[in-house]
Design a protein around this ligand. Sequence first.
Ligand SMILES: Cc1cc2nc3c(=O)[nH]c(=O)nc-3n(C[C@H](O)[C@H](O)[C@H](O)COP(=O)(O)O)c2cc1C
Length: 480
Amino acid sequence: MSYNCPKDNRVFMKLLEESGDMITIDQEVDWDMEMGAITRKVCEEQAPSPYFKKIKDYPGFESLGAPMATYRRLAIAMGMDADSSIPDIAAEYVKRTKEEPIDPVTIDKKDAPCKDNILLGDDANLFHLPGPMVHGGDGGRYLATWHFVVTKDPDTQDINWGMYRMMVFDEKTMVGPVLPFSDMGKMFHGKYAPKNEPMPFAAVLSADPMSSLASCAPSPIPEDKFTGQLMGEPVELVQCETCDLMVPATAEIIIEGEVIPGIQIEEAPFGEYTGYRTSPRDPRTVYRIKAITYRNNPIMMISNMGMPVDEGQLLRSFSLGLEMHKLLESQGIPITGVYMLPESTHHLVVVGVKRCYTGVATQIGNLIYGSKLSPWFHLTIVVDEDTDIYSKDAVIHALSTKCHPIKDIHKYENQPGTPLNPFASPAERKTSTGSKALFDCTFPLDWPTSDLPIRVSFDNVYPQEIQDKVNANWEKFGYK
Ligand SMILES: Cc1cc2nc3c(=O)[nH]c(=O)nc-3n(C[C@H](O)[C@H](O)[C@H](O)COP(=O)(O)O)c2cc1C
């Protein structure tokens, strides 16, 4: 069953324009920081996406900044009403991802827009594309900021799509970090590199929104099938020119090549999703390119990572939180909901639970910190049904009033952790390890009911008839 998600980036942009969530910029903008600066300000102000029609030095190329940095844009991408609430969008994601995965379909090269232009051999030059200098202080031009890298597991033949940033080094070379615990990291560092074999890759720059969401989510299944699940219909793929990998046919730009074992090139610094510039310039993974294909008048998307909220923070928080939701539910934990805050740069998650047995909060911590999801976050707040998990005010109140600073804070040391955490020590960064904490904001079950503090709120300490009377007269009193 199709959920009416836009299957083409350009259809998505039309919808954004119609709903007032995109602004067209006709003035020429510079790829050297200006496009990045506009996009950064848009993220910080949660403003409509900027559609750049004219890029200096690159006639014929266009760009879209911050394509999915708000819940409104996410709702539109999911085929929902732009005004849908966060809990409704979350419930829809959970529902769809519990349906059967949907295999992709292959379409003919002649019907694939991403094959409008094909550059091979010497013509395949990375400076042909308007890679932006995204932030002041970046170590180079980052061509791939809203994209994904397609690779294939040599043993299982499973496909992986993942977002791993890429800086342009020269006409034929890109370089970027591939973290050891990522799916591509396990494939390349664990399988190809030990045999000294190059790994074929295809970088998909600016795909349809559900493929992009799938590629940055902690997907439990190969992302090509996961995209189908999110769309309720198969994603259409087409074969690459120089290898047997498959890429979304409507994507704007494809770069094909090989990830090279045995050598590394210096990359970074870069403005990162934590809102800081953390990674030093260090040797990182090398991509040698063989071909570039692109649509006529390609529209390259750029994401500008930094202070919240950008689309990486929003979509990773959304999908990490909801994959946690599914994990806890599958283990029979009596949760009422899970919400990871995008403003926390996907580091802080709030779990709502029914207070029904002792130890449920630490059980939640053990499960989520023991899962594949754990390297990317380190703070968990467990609240009971009295607290609205989507209300920052309510969560701060619960944390400040229900969490005993000695008994209710649980620590987890020597866990896998992202080296990008600004607070991580140099040693922790080197080994990608980190520590985590869980804040239990539920009152202990062994307290006698008479000892339980009573929440003093309008809905809790007045008889229903008084509440009804006040509510009925509220507007008459002059309140809105
Ligand atoms: C914009 C963006 C850039 C990212 N860059 C990197 C990166 O350079 N290296 C990395 O290992 N992960 C990066 N990530 C995180 C991965 O995309 C993320 O872990 C994704 O789920 C891939 O998951 P998998 O490796 O488990 O398949 C980035 C995420 C986003 C949204």
